[in-house]
Design a protein around this ligand. Sequence first.
Ligand SMILES: C[S@@+](CC[C@H](N)C(=O)[O-])C[C@H]1O[C@@H](n2cnc3c(N)ncnc32)[C@H](O)[C@@H]1O
Length: 359
Amino acid sequence: MSLIAFELSGEHPDIPVAEVIGALESENIEFSVRYRFDQVLIVDIPNLNSNVNANASVIANIDTNMDQVSKLSKRLALTWHIINVLGISDSTLPDILNMVENVDFDEPASLTYKVRAKKIKRKSPISSEDIERKIGGVLYNKGYRADLINPDVRYRAVLTDGKCIFGRVLASVDRGSFEDRKPQNKPFFYPGVLMPRLARSLVNIARSGPGSIILDPYCGTGGILVEAGLMGAVTVGCDVQRKILLGARMNLDFYVPDHSLMFQDAGNMALKDSCIDCVVTDPPYGRSALIQARSLDILMKRSLCEIFRVLRPGGRAVVVSECPVEEWAVSASFSVVDVYIQRVHRSLTRRITVLDKHQ
Ligand SMILES: C[S@@+](CC[C@H](N)C(=O)[O-])C[C@H]1O[C@@H](n2cnc3c(N)ncnc32)[C@H](O)[C@@H]1O
Protein backbone atom coordinates (compact mmCIF):
# COMPACT_ATOMS: atom_id res chain seq x y z
CA MET A 1 0.00 0.00 0.00
CA SER A 2 1.65 3.22 -0.96
CA LEU A 3 -0.02 5.81 -3.19
CA ILE A 4 -3.40 6.82 -1.81
CA ALA A 5 -5.76 9.25 -3.55
CA PHE A 6 -8.38 11.22 -1.66
CA GLU A 7 -11.20 12.21 -4.03
CA LEU A 8 -12.38 15.49 -2.57
CA SER A 9 -15.55 17.53 -2.51
CA GLY A 10 -15.41 20.63 -4.71
CA GLU A 11 -16.96 23.00 -2.15
CA HIS A 12 -13.65 24.74 -1.50
CA PRO A 13 -10.26 24.38 -3.21
CA ASP A 14 -8.18 24.11 0.01
CA ILE A 15 -10.30 23.15 3.04
CA PRO A 16 -10.80 19.47 1.96
CA VAL A 17 -7.02 19.14 1.43
CA ALA A 18 -6.29 20.69 4.84
CA GLU A 19 -8.83 18.32 6.40
CA VAL A 20 -7.11 15.22 4.99
CA ILE A 21 -3.69 16.45 6.15
CA GLY A 22 -5.03 17.26 9.64
CA ALA A 23 -6.65 13.82 9.93
CA LEU A 24 -3.46 12.02 8.80
CA GLU A 25 -1.38 14.01 11.29
CA SER A 26 -3.83 13.39 14.08
CA GLU A 27 -3.84 9.63 13.38
CA ASN A 28 0.02 9.72 13.42
CA ILE A 29 0.13 8.25 9.92
CA GLU A 30 3.47 8.89 8.21
CA PHE A 31 2.82 10.42 4.78
CA SER A 32 4.14 12.77 2.12
CA VAL A 33 2.06 14.70 -0.40
CA ARG A 34 2.90 13.52 -3.94
CA TYR A 35 0.39 15.24 -6.24
CA ARG A 36 -2.35 17.76 -5.91
CA PHE A 37 -4.96 18.00 -8.66
CA ASP A 38 -8.35 19.72 -8.73
CA GLN A 39 -10.41 17.71 -6.15
CA VAL A 40 -7.79 14.98 -5.81
CA LEU A 41 -4.95 14.79 -3.29
CA ILE A 42 -2.45 11.96 -3.69
CA VAL A 43 -0.22 11.05 -0.77
CA ASP A 44 2.44 8.43 -0.30
CA ILE A 45 1.71 6.40 2.84
CA PRO A 46 4.41 3.75 3.14
CA ASN A 47 2.91 1.84 6.08
CA LEU A 48 -0.82 2.26 5.66
CA ASN A 49 -2.65 -0.33 7.65
CA SER A 50 -5.75 -1.48 5.83
CA ASN A 51 -7.71 -4.73 5.91
CA VAL A 52 -9.02 -3.96 2.48
CA ASN A 53 -8.31 -6.64 -0.05
CA ALA A 54 -11.61 -7.11 -1.72
CA ASN A 55 -15.03 -5.83 -0.80
CA ALA A 56 -14.69 -2.12 -0.18
CA SER A 57 -18.34 -1.61 0.67
CA VAL A 58 -18.04 -4.09 3.53
CA ILE A 59 -14.83 -2.50 4.80
CA ALA A 60 -16.45 0.94 4.89
CA ASN A 61 -18.97 -0.36 7.42
CA ILE A 62 -16.57 -1.98 9.89
CA ASP A 63 -17.02 -0.54 13.36
CA THR A 64 -14.74 -2.58 15.61
CA ASN A 65 -11.00 -3.08 15.22
CA MET A 66 -10.96 -0.35 12.65
CA ASP A 67 -7.88 -0.13 10.48
CA GLN A 68 -6.44 3.24 9.47
CA VAL A 69 -8.37 3.50 6.20
CA SER A 70 -11.68 2.81 7.91
CA LYS A 71 -10.86 5.30 10.66
CA LEU A 72 -10.04 7.97 8.07
CA SER A 73 -13.24 7.31 6.17
CA LYS A 74 -15.23 7.70 9.42
CA ARG A 75 -13.42 10.96 10.29
CA LEU A 76 -13.44 12.85 7.00
CA ALA A 77 -16.33 15.02 5.89
CA LEU A 78 -15.07 16.64 2.68
CA THR A 79 -13.64 13.50 1.03
CA TRP A 80 -15.82 11.24 -1.12
CA HIS A 81 -13.57 8.22 -1.68
CA ILE A 82 -10.19 6.88 -0.51
CA ILE A 83 -8.51 5.10 -3.38
CA ASN A 84 -5.45 2.87 -3.63
CA VAL A 85 -3.81 4.26 -6.77
CA LEU A 86 -2.95 1.58 -9.35
CA GLY A 87 -1.97 3.93 -12.18
CA ILE A 88 -1.90 7.54 -13.37
CA SER A 89 -2.01 8.48 -17.04
CA ASP A 90 -2.88 11.36 -19.31
CA SER A 91 -6.62 11.62 -19.76
CA THR A 92 -7.02 10.56 -23.41
CA LEU A 93 -8.82 7.24 -23.86
CA PRO A 94 -5.81 5.42 -25.44
CA ASP A 95 -3.57 6.59 -22.56
CA ILE A 96 -6.11 5.46 -19.95
CA LEU A 97 -6.59 2.03 -21.54
CA ASN A 98 -2.84 1.54 -21.96
CA MET A 99 -2.31 2.40 -18.28
CA VAL A 100 -5.05 0.00 -17.10
CA GLU A 101 -3.68 -2.71 -19.41
CA ASN A 102 -0.31 -2.43 -17.64
CA VAL A 103 -1.68 -2.52 -14.08
CA ASP A 104 -0.58 -5.59 -12.20
CA PHE A 105 -3.94 -6.58 -10.64
CA ASP A 106 -3.46 -8.89 -7.69
CA GLU A 107 -7.11 -9.81 -7.07
CA PRO A 108 -8.03 -13.44 -7.83
CA ALA A 109 -9.96 -13.74 -11.09
CA SER A 110 -12.94 -15.14 -9.14
CA LEU A 111 -13.68 -11.67 -7.68
CA THR A 112 -16.24 -9.48 -9.41
CA TYR A 113 -15.71 -5.78 -10.08
CA LYS A 114 -17.45 -2.56 -10.99
CA VAL A 115 -15.78 0.45 -12.64
CA ARG A 116 -16.98 4.00 -12.13
CA ALA A 117 -15.48 6.98 -13.94
CA LYS A 118 -15.76 10.51 -12.60
CA LYS A 119 -14.95 13.62 -14.58
CA ILE A 120 -14.08 16.48 -12.25
CA LYS A 121 -15.90 19.63 -13.41
CA ARG A 122 -16.75 17.73 -16.62
CA LYS A 123 -13.36 18.74 -17.99
CA SER A 124 -12.88 15.75 -20.33
CA PRO A 125 -14.63 15.40 -23.71
CA ILE A 126 -14.94 11.59 -23.31
CA SER A 127 -18.14 10.35 -21.66
CA SER A 128 -17.88 8.63 -18.28
CA GLU A 129 -19.92 5.68 -19.62
CA ASP A 130 -17.45 5.22 -22.47
CA ILE A 131 -14.50 5.17 -20.09
CA GLU A 132 -16.25 2.71 -17.79
CA ARG A 133 -17.17 0.39 -20.69
CA LYS A 134 -13.69 0.46 -22.25
CA ILE A 135 -11.89 -0.12 -18.92
CA GLY A 136 -14.38 -2.96 -18.29
CA GLY A 137 -13.29 -4.43 -21.62
CA VAL A 138 -9.63 -4.46 -20.52
CA LEU A 139 -10.59 -6.14 -17.23
CA TYR A 140 -12.74 -8.68 -19.08
CA ASN A 141 -9.77 -9.61 -21.27
CA LYS A 142 -7.76 -10.16 -18.10
CA GLY A 143 -10.36 -12.69 -16.94
CA TYR A 144 -12.36 -10.54 -14.47
CA ARG A 145 -16.16 -10.42 -14.49
CA ALA A 146 -18.35 -7.42 -13.74
CA ASP A 147 -21.10 -7.26 -11.14
CA LEU A 148 -22.78 -3.88 -11.18
CA ILE A 149 -25.01 -4.55 -8.15
CA ASN A 150 -22.77 -6.21 -5.57
CA PRO A 151 -19.16 -6.22 -6.78
CA ASP A 152 -16.28 -7.56 -4.69
CA VAL A 153 -13.96 -4.78 -5.87
CA ARG A 154 -14.79 -1.22 -6.92
CA TYR A 155 -12.42 0.51 -9.33
CA ARG A 156 -12.54 4.23 -9.91
CA ALA A 157 -11.10 6.36 -12.71
CA VAL A 158 -11.00 10.05 -11.80
CA LEU A 159 -10.30 12.52 -14.61
CA THR A 160 -8.92 15.83 -13.45
CA ASP A 161 -6.46 18.45 -14.71
CA GLY A 162 -5.62 16.42 -17.83
CA LYS A 163 -4.82 13.25 -15.85
CA CYS A 164 -6.62 10.02 -15.09
CA ILE A 165 -6.12 8.52 -11.63
CA PHE A 166 -7.14 4.88 -11.60
CA GLY A 167 -7.38 2.73 -8.51
CA ARG A 168 -9.22 0.44 -6.16
CA VAL A 169 -11.70 2.07 -3.78
CA LEU A 170 -10.65 1.34 -0.20
CA ALA A 171 -13.49 3.18 1.49
CA SER A 172 -16.16 5.77 0.83
CA VAL A 173 -17.36 8.47 3.19
CA ASP A 174 -20.91 8.10 4.46
CA ARG A 175 -22.44 11.47 3.56
CA GLY A 176 -25.85 10.46 4.92
CA SER A 177 -24.77 10.59 8.56
CA PHE A 178 -23.86 14.30 8.20
CA GLU A 179 -27.24 14.98 6.57
CA ASP A 180 -28.94 13.24 9.51
CA ARG A 181 -27.21 15.66 11.90
CA LYS A 182 -28.09 18.86 10.10
CA PRO A 183 -29.08 21.55 12.65
CA GLN A 184 -32.83 21.27 12.02
CA ASN A 185 -32.73 17.54 12.88
CA LYS A 186 -31.03 18.00 16.26
CA PRO A 187 -33.01 18.06 19.54
CA PHE A 188 -32.29 21.80 19.94
CA PHE A 189 -32.20 24.11 16.92
CA TYR A 190 -31.09 27.71 16.73
CA PRO A 191 -30.39 29.52 13.44
CA GLY A 192 -26.96 30.69 12.28
CA VAL A 193 -24.92 27.59 13.05
CA LEU A 194 -22.24 25.81 11.02
CA MET A 195 -23.28 22.79 8.99
CA PRO A 196 -21.94 19.47 10.38
CA ARG A 197 -19.62 18.72 7.42
CA LEU A 198 -17.83 22.06 7.74
CA ALA A 199 -17.71 21.71 11.55
CA ARG A 200 -16.22 18.20 11.19
CA SER A 201 -13.62 19.39 8.67
CA LEU A 202 -12.51 22.16 11.05
CA VAL A 203 -12.22 19.65 13.90
CA ASN A 204 -9.98 17.53 11.65
CA ILE A 205 -7.89 20.58 10.65
CA ALA A 206 -7.41 21.26 14.38
CA ARG A 207 -6.04 17.68 14.66
CA SER A 208 -8.57 16.65 17.26
CA GLY A 209 -8.92 12.92 17.74
CA PRO A 210 -9.88 10.21 20.20
CA GLY A 211 -8.98 11.29 23.74
CA SER A 212 -7.84 14.81 22.83
CA ILE A 213 -9.42 17.68 24.77
CA ILE A 214 -11.19 20.15 22.47
CA LEU A 215 -12.62 23.51 23.55
CA ASP A 216 -15.23 25.65 21.83
CA PRO A 217 -15.33 28.89 23.89
CA TYR A 218 -18.38 30.16 21.92
CA CYS A 219 -20.11 26.80 21.68
CA GLY A 220 -23.69 27.96 20.94
CA THR A 221 -25.81 24.86 20.31
CA GLY A 222 -22.73 22.61 20.41
CA GLY A 223 -22.49 21.72 16.70
CA ILE A 224 -18.67 21.73 16.61
CA LEU A 225 -18.42 19.75 19.85
CA VAL A 226 -20.89 17.11 18.58
CA GLU A 227 -18.62 16.44 15.58
CA ALA A 228 -15.51 16.24 17.78
CA GLY A 229 -17.25 14.08 20.38
CA LEU A 230 -18.38 11.60 17.74
CA MET A 231 -14.69 11.08 16.90
CA GLY A 232 -13.94 10.30 20.55
CA ALA A 233 -12.62 13.72 21.68
CA VAL A 234 -13.25 15.04 25.19
CA THR A 235 -15.43 18.12 24.65
CA VAL A 236 -15.52 21.38 26.61
CA GLY A 237 -17.83 24.25 25.68
CA CYS A 238 -18.57 27.77 27.00
CA ASP A 239 -21.31 30.27 26.20
CA VAL A 240 -22.89 33.28 27.90
CA GLN A 241 -26.53 32.49 27.10
CA ARG A 242 -28.15 30.05 29.53
CA LYS A 243 -30.90 29.10 27.07
CA ILE A 244 -28.32 28.26 24.39
CA LEU A 245 -26.21 26.28 26.85
CA LEU A 246 -29.25 24.20 27.81
CA GLY A 247 -29.76 23.57 24.09
CA ALA A 248 -26.12 22.57 23.71
CA ARG A 249 -26.60 20.14 26.57
CA MET A 250 -29.65 18.59 24.86
CA ASN A 251 -27.70 18.18 21.62
CA LEU A 252 -24.55 16.80 23.24
CA ASP A 253 -26.54 14.44 25.51
CA PHE A 254 -28.15 13.03 22.38
CA TYR A 255 -24.89 12.34 20.49
CA VAL A 256 -21.98 12.29 22.97
CA PRO A 257 -23.13 12.03 26.58
CA ASP A 258 -19.67 12.69 28.06
CA HIS A 259 -19.10 16.46 27.86
CA SER A 260 -18.47 19.61 29.94
CA LEU A 261 -20.37 22.84 29.38
CA MET A 262 -19.70 26.07 31.25
CA PHE A 263 -21.65 29.31 31.57
CA GLN A 264 -18.78 31.72 31.11
CA ASP A 265 -17.22 34.50 29.07
CA ALA A 266 -14.80 33.41 26.35
CA GLY A 267 -12.68 36.44 27.28
CA ASN A 268 -12.12 35.22 30.84
CA MET A 269 -12.32 31.45 31.14
CA ALA A 270 -12.02 29.49 34.37
CA LEU A 271 -9.62 27.02 32.82
CA LYS A 272 -6.00 26.28 33.75
CA ASP A 273 -3.12 27.33 31.49
CA SER A 274 -2.19 24.78 28.75
CA CYS A 275 -4.96 22.29 29.62
CA ILE A 276 -6.59 22.13 26.15
CA ASP A 277 -5.27 20.22 23.08
CA CYS A 278 -7.15 22.14 20.40
CA VAL A 279 -9.79 24.82 19.91
CA VAL A 280 -12.37 25.12 17.15
CA THR A 281 -14.77 28.01 17.43
CA ASP A 282 -17.31 30.11 15.57
CA PRO A 283 -17.61 33.37 17.57
CA PRO A 284 -20.47 35.81 16.99
CA TYR A 285 -20.06 37.93 13.84
CA GLY A 286 -21.84 40.89 15.36
CA ARG A 287 -24.95 40.40 13.21
CA SER A 288 -27.71 38.37 14.80
CA ALA A 289 -25.72 36.43 17.45
CA LEU A 290 -25.48 38.10 20.84
CA ILE A 291 -22.15 39.62 21.81
CA GLN A 292 -21.50 39.82 25.50
CA ALA A 293 -18.79 42.48 25.45
CA ARG A 294 -18.33 46.20 24.80
CA SER A 295 -17.51 45.47 21.15
CA LEU A 296 -16.75 42.50 18.91
CA ASP A 297 -13.14 43.72 18.47
CA ILE A 298 -12.53 43.83 22.21
CA LEU A 299 -14.14 40.42 22.67
CA MET A 300 -12.07 38.83 19.88
CA LYS A 301 -8.80 40.32 21.19
CA ARG A 302 -9.47 39.13 24.75
CA SER A 303 -10.69 35.70 23.76
CA LEU A 304 -7.73 35.06 21.41
CA CYS A 305 -5.40 35.81 24.37
CA GLU A 306 -7.46 33.43 26.52
CA ILE A 307 -7.45 30.71 23.83
CA PHE A 308 -3.65 31.05 23.59
CA ARG A 309 -3.32 30.77 27.38
CA VAL A 310 -5.45 27.63 27.80
CA LEU A 311 -4.04 25.85 24.71
CA ARG A 312 -1.09 23.51 25.29
CA PRO A 313 2.17 24.30 23.48
CA GLY A 314 1.98 22.56 20.08
CA GLY A 315 -1.83 22.92 20.08
CA ARG A 316 -3.89 24.41 17.27
CA ALA A 317 -6.88 26.78 17.14
CA VAL A 318 -9.27 27.15 14.19
CA VAL A 319 -11.34 30.34 14.32
CA VAL A 320 -14.27 31.17 12.04
CA SER A 321 -14.96 34.88 11.63
CA GLU A 322 -16.23 37.51 9.26
CA CYS A 323 -13.46 40.04 9.93
CA PRO A 324 -9.70 39.32 9.79
CA VAL A 325 -8.31 38.10 13.14
CA GLU A 326 -4.66 37.55 12.17
CA GLU A 327 -3.37 40.76 13.75
CA TRP A 328 -5.04 40.04 17.11
CA ALA A 329 -3.90 36.41 16.92
CA VAL A 330 -0.28 37.42 16.33
CA SER A 331 -0.40 39.87 19.23
CA ALA A 332 -1.71 36.99 21.39
CA SER A 333 1.53 35.14 20.31
CA PHE A 334 -0.06 32.72 17.81
CA SER A 335 1.52 31.82 14.45
CA VAL A 336 -0.91 32.09 11.55
CA VAL A 337 -0.77 28.81 9.57
CA ASP A 338 -3.50 29.48 6.98
CA VAL A 339 -6.51 31.62 6.25
CA TYR A 340 -9.29 30.14 4.08
CA ILE A 341 -11.88 32.45 2.60
CA GLN A 342 -15.32 30.94 2.04
CA ARG A 343 -18.15 32.81 0.36
CA VAL A 344 -21.37 31.76 2.09
CA HIS A 345 -23.80 34.05 0.27
CA ARG A 346 -23.87 37.51 -1.27
CA SER A 347 -23.51 39.35 2.00
CA LEU A 348 -21.45 36.89 4.05
CA THR A 349 -17.89 35.75 3.42
CA ARG A 350 -16.37 33.63 6.17
CA ARG A 351 -12.73 33.53 7.11
CA ILE A 352 -11.33 30.37 8.64
CA THR A 353 -8.05 31.12 10.39
CA VAL A 354 -5.73 28.31 11.49
CA LEU A 355 -3.43 29.26 14.37
CA ASP A 356 -0.62 27.30 16.03
CA LYS A 357 0.81 27.77 19.51
CA HIS A 358 4.42 26.73 19.13
CA GLN A 359 6.14 24.34 21.55
C1 LIG B 1 -22.21 32.03 16.07
S1 LIG B 1 -22.76 31.45 17.61
C2 LIG B 1 -21.98 29.88 17.75
C3 LIG B 1 -22.73 28.83 17.01
C4 LIG B 1 -22.21 27.45 17.28
N1 LIG B 1 -21.08 27.11 16.42
C5 LIG B 1 -23.31 26.41 17.14
O1 LIG B 1 -23.07 25.31 16.58
O2 LIG B 1 -24.42 26.64 17.63
C6 LIG B 1 -21.86 32.42 18.76
C7 LIG B 1 -22.15 32.14 20.22
O3 LIG B 1 -21.29 32.96 21.01
C8 LIG B 1 -21.98 33.27 22.22
N2 LIG B 1 -21.31 34.42 22.88
C9 LIG B 1 -21.46 35.74 22.68
N3 LIG B 1 -20.62 36.45 23.48
C10 LIG B 1 -19.93 35.53 24.19
C11 LIG B 1 -18.91 35.62 25.18
N4 LIG B 1 -18.45 36.79 25.62
N5 LIG B 1 -18.41 34.46 25.69
C12 LIG B 1 -18.87 33.25 25.28
N6 LIG B 1 -19.84 33.10 24.36
C13 LIG B 1 -20.37 34.22 23.83
C14 LIG B 1 -23.40 33.52 21.78
O4 LIG B 1 -24.28 33.31 22.88
C15 LIG B 1 -23.56 32.48 20.66
O5 LIG B 1 -24.19 31.31 21.15
